[in-house]
Design a protein around this ligand. Structure first.
Ligand SMILES: Nc1ncnc2c1ncn2[C@@H]1O[C@H](COP(=O)(O)OP(=O)(O)O)[C@@H](O)[C@H]1O
Ligand SMILES: [Mg+2]
Length: 224
């Protein structure tokens, strides 16, 4: 059974009396442990698709199954709980809290969940070491480079040990070499932690470095 299974998902936006059909019957299976890239033109609906996959957005029609569970059949509280336990997000902007250190930012989701403090900080430190920032744990976001801040955001996305990592143009604000470093890290995290990951990117070269490639065109997701 696929870890993530999307079936016949439709999503439209209505704005100023106009309707934009973004997802038009998307169906897709993603197996446990896969590392998938998703490319598509700006405005094609990549973020919309990732938000549906991550339950941040509920589609007008269609199903999302996680390990066989019908996710959109759950109530709002159950979906929020499912999202917290299962999915880690990385966005184009790091959204780190400026007044907290890298270590505090990474530990924050675990502390909010009232996990054990010492264990949370220990795991946050381990993750920062994994992303190559063992020497930056006490830095605040303003004292980090763009690439470093994005590595902290990646570590934060991993602190609750999600089964699935969803990244929406995580290298969109970075120069190509720094971006490749982030993609390399995503490959390592996928391989070493066994996390299933979907990475939206504009960069065809980076997309091609992923084992499976998808493309979003005209509201449909196809293998690229
Ligand atoms: N909240 C919204 N309200 C109205 N239209 C939206 C909204 N969000 C996105 N759209 C439109 O939906 C389309 C897909 O957007 P998006 O998923 O962000 O594309 P991508 O991430 O591929 O650039 C775009 O045409 C965008 O303008
Ligand atoms: Mg987008």
């Amino acid at each position: 059974m696929a870890l993530l299974s999307i079936h016949n998902v439709f999503k439209s936006y209505f704005l100023h009396g106009k309707r934009i059909d973004v997802l038009r019957g998307v169906s897709l299976d993603i197996e446990k442990g896969e590392l998938v890239s998703l490319i598509g033109a700006s405005g094609a609906g990549k973020s919309t698709f990732l938000h549906v996959l991550g339950t941040l957005d509920i589609p007008a029609a269609g199903e999302l199954r996680f390990d066989g569970r019908n996710v959109f059949a759950m109530n709002d509280a159950e979906i929020a709980d499912f999202r917290n336990r299962t999915i880690g997000f990385v966005f184009q902007s790091h959204y780190l809290l400026p007044e907290f250190t890298a270590l505090e930012n990474v530990a924050m989701p675990a502390l909010v969940q009232r996990r054990d403090r010492a264990q949370s900080y220990a795991y946050a430190r381990e993750l920062l070491e994994r992303v190559g920032l063992g020497s930056r744990v006490e830095h605040r976001p303003g004292e980090l480079s763009g690439g470093e801040a994005q590595r902290v955001a990646l570590a934060r996305a991993l602190v609750l040990k999600p089964a699935v990592l969803l990244a929406d143009e995580p290298t969109g604000n970075l120069d190509p070499a720094t971006g490749e470093g982030i993609h390399q890290l995503l490959r390592e995290v996928n391989r070493d932690l066994g996390i299933t990951a979907v990475v939206v990117t504009h960069n065809e070269v980076l997309a091609r470095s992923m084992p499976r490639r998808l493309r979003l065109v005209a509201g449909q997701v196809t293998e690229a």
